[in-house]
Write a protein that binds this ligand. Structure first.
Ligand SMILES: Nc1ncnc2c1ncn2[C@@H]1O[C@H](COP(=O)(O)OP(=O)(O)OP(=O)(O)O)[C@@H](O)[C@H]1O
Length: 257
């Protein structure tokens, strides 16, 4: 499955027309790139992500995948193209890890093109990638927060999406699993939009960054262009310093009140 081009044109959202929480935002994400959405608490990150996985319909503007408005196709067709890993997933804690990962195949269940064996291989591949083989028979409710997070990513991988939406994917993960999941994300052949709180992580992982503040988009583009000291100070209301790390030459932010 090839990565999708994601084109967001002047998309806005609010619970009603009088209360707009996300003001018109536009960006064009080249297939296969990783976009990091950053901003302070309440900036509108989750609201934007909800527009991208077709949970909210934009009040104005459009969200297009490969040039097609996601509201012009069915929810099921969208689910074959877009997978989301969210902070709070409504899941059945009595299901086993393998069953949960298997749910990722649901949108593809046409009964014609895909046999059960092929689904089984895809599910097994997702379990292996997230190092979950040893937990495959455990019930979700018995897992730690980090293990559950890996199950949710495995379920999204089993969905074989063209666009993967991740809401704070490193939450609950210890340092090793954070690094592992970031390296896995980098290696996927899929377009990715992820919200991240850690700006240093966002700068290291993402090809593009979108900065939100108070429901407005402040900037979109490569991290080195977008994450300037002034912009970070505006968006997060903190004093910010940038250091150059040796020997990598990477930029590293530190923050002060
Ligand atoms: N359905 C809704 N009705 C009313 N207000 C909402 C709704 N959804 C979100 N909000 C408000 O919109 C603002 C943006 O919320 P959002 O969850 O998008 O922020 P966020 O950037 O993801 O924040 P955080 O970093 O805290 O997760 C918040 O003030 C939130 O309370």
């Amino acid at each position: 499955m090839s990565p999708a081009r994601l084109t967001v044109e002047k998309a806005s959202w609010g619970p009603d027309r009088q209360h707009i929480l996300l003001h018109p935002v536009s960006f064009d994400l080249v297939p296969g790139r990783i976009l990091g959405v950053v901003g302070a608490n309440g900036a509108g990150k989750s609201t934007l992500l909800r527009l991208l996985y077709r949970f909210h319909r934009p009040r104005s503007g459009t969200v297009k995948l490969d040039g097609q408005d996601i509201w012009a196709i069915s929810a099921r067709e969208t689910a074959r193209k877009v997978a989301a890993v969210l902070q709070e997933q409504p899941t059945d804690f009595a299901l086993t890890v393998r069953e949960i990962v298997g749910l990722g195949r649901t949108p593809h269940g046409s009964g014609f093109s895909r046999g059960g064996a092929q689904d089984g291989e895809i599910i097994e591949g997702a379990l292996i990638r997230m190092e979950l083989q040893g937990l495959a028979h455990r019930r979700l409710g018995t897992l730690s927060g980090g293990e559950r997070q890996r199950v949710m990513v495995a379920r999204a991988l089993a969905q074989e999406p063209k666009l993967l939406i991740l809401d704070e994917p490193t939450n609950h993960l210890d340092i090793r699993h954070q690094l592992e999941i970031l390296s896995l994300i980098r290696g996927l052949s899929v377009t990715i939009v992820t919200s991240l709180h850690d700006l240093n992580m966002a700068a290291g992982l993402c090809d593009d960054i979108l900065v939100l503040s108070g429901g407005q988009s402040l900037a979109f583009g490569p991290p080195s262009h977008v994450l300037t000291t002034e912009r970070v100070e505006t968006a997060f209301s903190v004093r910010t310093q940038v250091q150059t790390l040796h020997p990598s030459g990477d930029s590293h932010f530190t923050f002060h009140l």
